[in-house]
Design a protein around this ligand. Structure first.
Ligand code: OXD
Ligand code: MN
Length: 628
């Protein structure tokens, strides 16, 4: 029975059911009883495997089809009337054609199946940030995951009232046919249609599709921001708190950073890190002129491989109950789960494809996941459900770069920070289909998630800067520098606290000193606290060095990207920053003879911008390690 009188919702549900022709329609009310029944049904049908309920209470395993294990960026479309509005880095399809194509595919596809109607909210229901969506799907797996990842149930319908608007989402599993898989976004109609997939990022429509692609478009029009960012809070020994939002591409360690456990000597002093979010931030300007952020999600859809007691104990604890695992291995001795990097290999296990594992190849898919409720997380922030969000002191960008980019640097101001974000590149990972380890531009880690023209997105960042009286400082980090033998040069994980501390000290009223380099401010090596870490300060100095020649080449590469890919919509402010970078990195003949580039102090005179152009010892681990 329909749970609402909202005509728009009823019409949407009716249009989906007359198209897909399900045998039954079930409205998801969010009650524990209904969810329990659905789990039982999914276990009966084989869609879920019940895990050891003593060791992993209320935990289940799901396997996707082998052709359906990651986001499909080349089958993900932004369907705007005007092709130019989707911009150069999105795949585009004419909305009329996209509706026709996907409706044809979905037509009759739910015959013999049940259609579930999921009312959900991104953000705490009733907060200024929150937005409601309705996802219609024929997958119990989707219902159960959405129930973890978002706030689901009748409350959301109540919040809509009789006439409220919402984001429409239709997911039809069809035959999970990779050749007819499409993830369509219609930002001008607040609509998403996903067909022929059952993998999280393609089908949990509240996540990437709504909370990033559609929301970024809404944010541009409504004056706020939807970003691919974790949010964490640091409590200092004097009990003051500061918040950081950080953008990293998929599978580059956002979950690990968001749940970081500081090194012992920080804990002893009274530092604490708490997690507000691990993937998405919705950000608005507050009345106090600062940026305030919420995590619109309600759970974590984290990458399993590489997660262990050392890399992320908090994530591991989070997954010990009420969790759905996808494409990990099944330890048949005790009906628990296993993945590469978790622990010693189990004696007997079934791999992610459902076959007995003989120890060769991967037991868990590299993009296998856990879907776990945020409330399970031992370090979840008390501000997790705050309706007004948390104020940001710092925004951090970061990518996976074997060379060039130092451990950390600070931009000169908001505009320069936007430039730094726009120039991000990172090596690709298993979170999306396609080759891994390929360096690609991924501005603000939003390449796959911006629902409109990337040049306009940069302009939106610049415009937002004009509205923020007290902007957060903007930084860039790189945990992934490698030496010539392919060893990581920074230990990462909990030790990243040492870098966060420097970042926050730069955000204080009395900032720690820094050195100005051609790309921004880097720490003096002695200002990074290495207490308790067997780490060579020489290595630290090396990964804090900025090489002018390398950065001149980077600048040329950014220029090629701006000119060759993004094109005319890039704001002048960013061209000015690029020119400034090139100017700063020009190497004189004398300098060529005595590398590396000299650093100036914080107070040194900045070079003038040109006008816009027309166009360790113990810690080093092999770079095959996953996320830091
Ligand atoms: C994710 C991703 O699942 O970025 O968060 O792919
Ligand atoms: Mn992500």
């Amino acid at each position: 029975m329909a749970l609402t009188k909202n005509k728009k919702v009823l019409e949407f549900v009716e249009s989906c059911s007359s198209l897909t022709q399900p045998d039954n329609i079930v409205w998801i009310d969010g009650s524990a009883n209904q969810i329990k029944q659905l789990k039982e049904e999914a276990v009966k049908s084989g869609e879920l495997i019940k895990l050891n309920q003593n060791l992993l209470p209320d935990c289940y395993l799901h396997r996707t089809k082998v052709n359906d294990v990651a986001r499909v960026e080349d089958r993900t479309f932004i369907c705007t009337k005007n092709k130019d509005d989707a911009g150069p880095v999105n795949y585009w399809m004419d909305p009329k054609q996209a509706y026709e194509l996907t409706r044809e595919i979905a037509r009759g596809s739910m015959k013999g199946r049940t259609m579930y109607v999921i009312p959900y909210s991104m953000g705490v229901v009733g907060s200024d940030f929150a937005k409601i969506g309705i996802e219609v799907t024929d997958s119990i797996y989707v219902v159960l995951n959405m129930n973890i990842m978002t706030r689901v149930g009748v409350n959301c319908l109540k919040a809509l009232g009789k006439n409220g608007d919402f984001i429409k989402g239709l997911h039809a599993k069809c035959n999970v046919d990779a050749d007819n898989r499409y993830i369509m976004h219609f930002p001008e109609d607040n609509t998403i249609i996903s067909v022929n997939s059952a993998y999280g990022g393609n089908v949990l429509l509240g996540k990437k599709c709504f909370a990033l692609r559609i929301a970024s478009y809404l944010g541009k029009n409504e004056g706020w921001m939807a970003e691919h960012m974790l949010i964490l809070g640091v409590t200092f020994p004097d009990q003051t708190k500061k918040y950081i939002a950080a953008a990293f591409p998929s599978a580059c360690g956002k979950t690990n950073l968001a749940m970081l456990i500081p090194p012992k000597h920080y804990l002893d002093k009274g530092y604490k890190v708490e997690c507000v979010g691990d993937d998405i931030a919705w950000i608005r300007v507050g009345e106090d002129g600062r940026l305030w952020a919420v995590n619109p999600e309600n759970g974590f859809f984290g990458v399993a491989p590489g997660t262990n007691e050392k890399s992320n104990l908090n994530a591991l604890e989070t997954t010990r109950r009420g969790t759905i695992f996808t494409n990990v291995a099944l330890n048949t001795d005790d009906m628990t789960v296993w993945w590469e990097g978790l622990s010693e290999k189990p004696e007997h296990c079934i791999d992610w494809t459902g076959k007995p594992w003989n120890g060769e190849g991967k037991a868990a898919h590299p993009n296998s996941r856990f879907t776990a409720p945020a409330v399970n997380c031992p370090c979840v922030s008390p501000d997790f459900n705050s309706k007004k969000g948390v104020p940001l002191s710092a925004i951090v960008f970061g990518g996976r770069r074997a060379s060039a980019t130092p451990l950390v640097y600070q931009s000169r101001d908001w505009k320069h920070g936007v430039f730094v974000g726009s120039a991000m590149s990172s090596e690709t990972t298993a979170a999306a289909t396609g080759a891994t380890g390929v360096l690609r531009h991924d501005p603000m880690a939003m390449k796959p998630f911006t629902g409109y023209h990337m040049g306009d997105y940069f302009a939106h960042w610049i415009d937002m800067g004009k509205k923020i009286k007290n902007p957060p400082k903007i930084f860039n980090v790189n945990w992934f520098r490698q030496d010539k033998n392919g060893n990581f040069m920074w230990p990462g994980f909990g030790d990243n606290m040492r870098v966060l501390e420097w970042i926050l000290k730069r955000c204080s009223d009395n900032p720690v000193d820094a050195e100005e380099t051609p790309i921004g401010f880097v720490p003096k090596a002695e200002d990074i606290d290495l207490t308790g870490l067997d780490y060579d300060i020489g290595t630290l100095k090396e990964i804090l060095t900025v090489d002018k020649q390398t950065w001149f080449k980077e600048a040329e590469e950014i220029e090629n990207y701006y000119n060759g890919v993004i094109g005319s919509r890039i704001p002048d402010e960013l061209w000015a920053c690029l020119n400034e970078l090139k100017e700063n990195c020009k190497v004189t003949a004398r300098e060529t003879a005595k590398k590396p580039a000299a650093k100036k102090t914080d107070t040194a005179k900045k070079p003038t911008a040109k006008s816009p152009s027309s166009a360790k010892k113990a810690t080093a681990a092999k770079s095959t390690a996953n996320k830091k």
